[in-house]
Design a protein around this ligand. Structure first.
Ligand code: IPD
Ligand code: CA
Ligand code: CA
Length: 256
C-alpha cells in the first residue's frame, strides 16, 4: 500500500518534472561544461531542484542523491535522481533523453520511473508488480543467443579506450551495437524487448538505479561484468533479457 502511494506520487512528479526540459527542447540552450565533453544545462539543475523540493515536501525524512549535487541524509528510503539523462542529446535537439528516478528502501531498489517527455514514453516498475510503459505491461525479448541479439553500449570518455575491444567483439558477435546516448533509455529498451543486451563502463548510481528495477520487473537480468551482484556504485554494469546474460558474462570473464 505504501509503495503504491509512493508510485502514484512518483509518476505525477516525473511527468511534471519532464515538462521542464520539454518546454525548452529544440531551443538554443546555454551550455556549461563539467568536463571537456561533459555538458550541463540550466534545465538539468532546475529539474533536479524541482524534483528534490517535491520529495522534501512529501517525504521530509527520506535520503536523496541527485546528479546535480543533491546529497541529503535520512533514514529508510533513498531517492536516486538523474534529472536529465542524455543531456548531450537534449542539448542537440535530439529527443532521446529522460528524467530518471529510482527509490531504494534499506538499500534495496523498490521503485523506478523513467520518463522521456518528447518521445512520450513513461516507463516504471515497483517491486513484485511488473514493469510498464505508458500503463501497459512490458517484458524482455525472447532472443537466446548473442548471435541473434541487438546490443547497446555507451562510451564514457574516461573509459572509451577500455570499451573499444568490447565494442569490436559485440559488433562482430551480434546483429548490431547501438549507442543511443541515454543509459536510462537503453535500459528501458531492454525491458521493452527492443534491445537484448547492454553494457557500459563509468555509469553512476543515478544513471542505472531506476532502470535496474524496471529491467528486473520486466524479466531481465542486471549484474556486474562478471555476473556478480549489481553494485550501483561500481561503474561497471551489464544488463540483458536474461537469456543472453550468461553468454555476455562468459565473454567478460574470459577477456578481463
Ligand atoms: C550520460 C548518458 C550516456 C552515458 C554516459 C552518462 P548524462 O548521462 O546516460 O548515455 O553514456 O555515461 O553519463 O550525463 O546525460 O546524465
Ligand atoms: Ca545520466
Ligand atoms: Ca544527467
Amino acid at each position: 500500500m505504501e509503495l503504491e502511494q509512493i508510485l502514484d506520487f512518483t509518476l505525477r512528479l516525473i511527468k511534471d518534472a519532464g515538462k521542464i526540459p520539454a518546454e525548452h527542447f529544440g531551443n538554443k540552450l546555454h551550455i556549461d561544461f563539467k568536463g571537456r565533453h561533459d555538458l550541463v544545462t540550466e534545465y538539468d539543475k532546475k529539474t533536479e531542484n524541482f524534483i528534490v523540493s517535491k520529495i522534501n515536501e512529501t517525504y521530509p525524512d527520506h535520503q536523496i542523491e541527485g546528479e546535480e549535487g543533491t546529497a541529503k541524509d535520512g533514514r529508510g528510503y533513498k531517492w536516486i535522481i538523474d534529472p536529465i539523462d542524455g543531456t548531450t542529446n537534449f542539448s542537440h535537439g535530439n529527443p532521446v533523453f529522460a528524467v530518471s528516478i529510482g527509490l531504494q528502501k534499506d538499500e534495496e531498489l523498490v521503485l523506478g520511473a523513467i520518463y522521456a517527455p518528447i518521445l512520450n514514453e513513461l516507463f516504471y516498475a515497483s517491486k513484485n508488480n511488473g514493469a510498464f510503459l505508458n500503463g501497459k505491461p512490458i517484458k524482455v525479448s525472447e532472443v537466446k543467443i548473442v548471435d541473434e541479439a541487438l546490443m547497446a553500449t555507451g562510451f564514457n570518455p574516461r573509459y572509451s579506450e577500455e570499451n573499444i575491444p568490447h565494442f569490436r567483439h559485440f559488433l562482430d558477435a551480434s546483429q548490431g551495437v547501438r549507442r543511443l546516448g541515454a543509459a536510462s533509455l537503453d535500459m528501458c529498451n531492454i525491458a521493452a524487448g527492443r534491445l537484448d543486451g547492454y553494457w557500459e563502463y563509468g555509469l553512476k548510481a543515478w544513471d542505472i538505479a531506476a532502470g535496474a528495477i524496471i529491467i528486473k520487473e520486466a524479466g531481465g537480468d542486471i549484474s556486474g561484468l562478471k555476473g556478480e551482484k549489481l553494485d550501483l556504485y561500481s561503474e561497471r554494469m551489464i544488463c540483458s533479457n536474461g537469456k543472453i546474460h550468461e553468454e555476455m558474462v562468459e565473454y567478460f570473464k574470459k577477456i578481463l
